[in-house]
Structures are given as C-alpha cells and as structure tokens.
Design a protein around this ligand. Structure first.
Ligand SMILES: [Ca+2]
Ligand SMILES: [Ca+2]
Length: 102
C-alpha cells in the first residue's frame, strides 16, 4: 500500500497488543473490544475519529510519536480520504484491509 503502511501497521500492532486482540481475530469478544476502543478514541462522541483525536491517542500510546508520522498514518487509515476515520476504516486499519474487506 502507501508509504504510511509501515507506520500505521506498527501503531495498529501496539493498539491490538494493548487490548489483547490478535490481528484478524473476528470473534465477538474481539469486536466488542474494538468497539470500545473506537468509542474511547472518539472523545467527542460524534462517531468519527478526527486528526486531533488520533493525535491525542497516539501521543498517549507513544510520547515520542511525531506529527509527521501522525500525518502519514492518518492518510493510511483514512481510506476514502474524507479527512476523518470512521468505524469501518478503523477496523480495516487494525485488521488489515487486505484480509478483511467487509
Ligand atoms: Ca470524534
Ligand atoms: Ca474516511
């Protein structure tokens, strides 16, 4: 995929490790955990993750995370490039859209 793939992938692995979910694990419990993470990241509760929200979270996960890395990663996550990350883009990012297309 794009140049953001690697940075995005590392971050995704970190997130999955935090909630103890394996990549591609589609059981209901894993889905519930991911939903909970999405809600947690969506701090203003509007159903989407903005650049600012993602930036805040990544800084929390990794204080050395840089703004330009965030930019690259955001581009990688925002598949339809409307400037925000919705739930399906979030799932595709964490679970690798190559294997999970729905
Ligand atoms: Ca939001
Ligand atoms: Ca989007």
């Amino acid at each position: 995929m794009s140049a953001g793939g690697e940075i995005g992938e590392k971050a995704a692995e970190k997130v999955l490790a935090e909630i103890n979910v394996k990549r591609g694990d589609a059981d209901p419990e894993a889905t519930e955990k991911l939903k909970a993470v999405f809600r947690q990241w969506d701090t203003d509760g509007d159903g989407i993750i903005s650049r600012e929200e993602l930036g805040r979270i990544m800084k929390e996960l990794d204080p050395s995370f840089k703004q330009d890395e965030l930019e690259v990663m955001f581009q990688a996550c925002d598949a339809n490039q409307d400037g925000v990350i919705d739930y399906s883009e979030f799932i595709n990012w964490l679970f690798d859209s190559k294997e999970l297309t729905t």
